[in-house]
Design a binder for this molecule. Structure first.
Ligand code: GLU
Ligand code: ZN
Length: 468
């Protein structure tokens, strides 16, 4: 049997971690078993479905390198197919037309409430052969076998049993002729020959309904895996409506796609203590057996840990391209300072997070904003001005721009002014970068170049002159 899985998002919001996790698991399961992975867009909710969300689905999968073998199929293009099946079901008496008016349904509901019964359709039209008046509006309902059970085995949860009497003859086609959600899903899974359905736990209650439809059309029941939910730290379920969880935001913010993928893989699946999985390893090792039963907590720290791991593995070229992207995103002009290639070594050692990269770029490419940091903290005073003036003089005299000559200048100043290296370094750091934390200052001076350093020192001296 060829394994066929699918990812079937509804384009009603941006894809979040939970969505993409079911996509990843479905995809890996297909790849591991040399099967097929299908992309299907479930857009029958015309009001809430939006084109931008379809684009978001495609862009997100592409960014994460999750490729599909078929699709994207759009449910909106398959309405005729669904309605053909429904017509056949009417013909075979697997479904029937229900002419009950809203009022009648409401009266029935009130009765059930008064009697303390479960609210469900009372089956009024189930055996009503007389009322076949085409002019009256109707819905089409599924004829559910009475007094039986639906039992299915969920890969994670084991046997799940639903009593049919819990369900009513639910609607499969609305008055406006549109098939309903569960119906479309089943016909698609049938037509696409899906063998394994991997989806969120929130769909578990749809499964018995879907199995009833499957039985009515005589299709095979696929193997179900309902993946446990993801919550935030407070235990609240993460949801599609929250734009902060949009996966592509992580891309914008500088996360690496394979770091995110590795993080999502581990968010609900384990393989011993192994944390790091290359794409090849994921495809080779993934199984449904090791999926977690309990819910998972989204933890940004862990995601950052993965990102750091993969950042440190980037080649020089990839790292430089990556830094360029971050600079563009943060409006940092890399032409305003040393060549990125020359900074590579310093970046390589210190770039553990996107913020660190951003800060380093600020140091080398942005002019320090003295007002913001120094004034608030009361840094840079008249004494610092003297230090800076001497430093400037000595710097102008350096003929050969080398780390050794810069170090010599620093030593002379320490000696002449009788100050500690710590004090000198902090003054220079603030004057040159506006920041308290930087890579070793001699190194920064060297990499930034004489001209740029003199420019910053002059500005700092002026700043002290006119503001302090
Ligand atoms: N369209 C559903 C969703 O976005 C998924 C349905 C399924 O996987 O069966 O939640
Ligand atoms: Zn009825």
């Amino acid at each position: 049997m060829k394994i066929i899985t699918r990812f079937a998002p509804s384009p009603t919001g941006y894809l979040h971690i939970g969505n993409i996790r079911t996509a990843l698991y479905s995809w890996l399961f297909a790849r591991k078993n040399q099967g097929k992975f299908i992309l299907r867009i479930e857009n029958t909710d015309f009001k809430r479905s939006k084109k931008i969300f379809i684009k978001n689905i495609i862009d997100t999968l592409q960014w994460l390198n999750i490729d599909w073998d078929e699709g994207p199929y759009l449910q909106s293009e398959r309405i005729n197919r669904y309605n053909n099946v429904i017509n056949n079901m009417l013909h075979n008496k697997k479904a029937y037309k229900c002419y009950c008016s809203k009022q009648e349904l409401e009266t029935n509901k009130q009765k059930q409430i008064i009697n303390g019964e479960k609210i469900k359709y009372n089956g009024h039209c189930r055996n009503n052969k007389l009322k076949n008046d085409k002019k009256l509006p109707y819905v089409i309902r599924l004829r559910i076998p009475k007094n039986k059970y639906i039992i299915f085995t969920d890969t994670i949860r084991g046997k799940i049993k639903f009593n049919n009497n819990e369900l009513d003859d639910f609607i499969i086609q609305r008055t406006d002729g549109m098939p309903t959600y569960n119906f479309c899903v089943v016909i698609d899974d049938w037509d696409m020959k899906i063998t394994h359905i991997i989806r969120g736990e929130d769909h578990i209650n749809n499964t018995p309904k879907q199995i009833h439809i499957i039985n009515a059309i005589g299709a095979n029941i696929p193997i179900y895996t309902h993946v446990s939910i993801i919550t935030d730290k407070l235990g609240k379920k993460i949801s599609k409506r929250n734009n902060n969880l949009n996966i592509l935001k992580y891309k914008e913010n500088g996360y690496l796609s394979f770091a995110l993928l590795n993080y999502i893989l581990r968010l609900g699946w384990s393989y011993g203590n192994k944390e790091i999985f290359s794409l090849e390893e994921m495809k080779k090792l993934f199984n449904l057996k090791n999926l977690n039963k309990s819910s998972s907590i989204f933890d940004i720290k862990k995601l950052n840990w993965f990102n750091k791991h993969y950042l440190n593995k980037l080649s020089q070229n990839d790292m430089i391209n990556y830094i360029k992207k971050i600079c563009i995103k943060n409006n940092i002009n890399i032409n305003n300072g040393p060549k990125l290639e020359n900074l590579y070594k310093i970046f390589y050692k210190r770039c553990n997070s996107i913020n660190e990269i951003k800060n380093l770029c600020f140091i080398f490419y942005n002019n320090p904003n003295y007002k913001e940091i120094i004034l608030i903290k009361n840094y840079l005073n008249i004494k610092d001005k003297i230090i800076l003036e001497i430093f400037k003089k000595k710097l102008v005299n350096i003929n050969i721009w080398s780390l050794k000559n810069i170090d010599d200048v620093l030593k002379i100043i320490i000696y002449k002014l009788n100050i500690s290296f710590k004090k000198l370094a902090m003054t220079l750091r603030l004057a040159i970068t506006g920041l308290e934390n930087t890579p070793p200052i001699n190194y920064v001076i060297y990499l930034m170049g004489k001209e740029k350093i003199l420019f910053h020192i002059k500005n700092a001296i002026n700043f002290i002159k006119f503001n302090i």
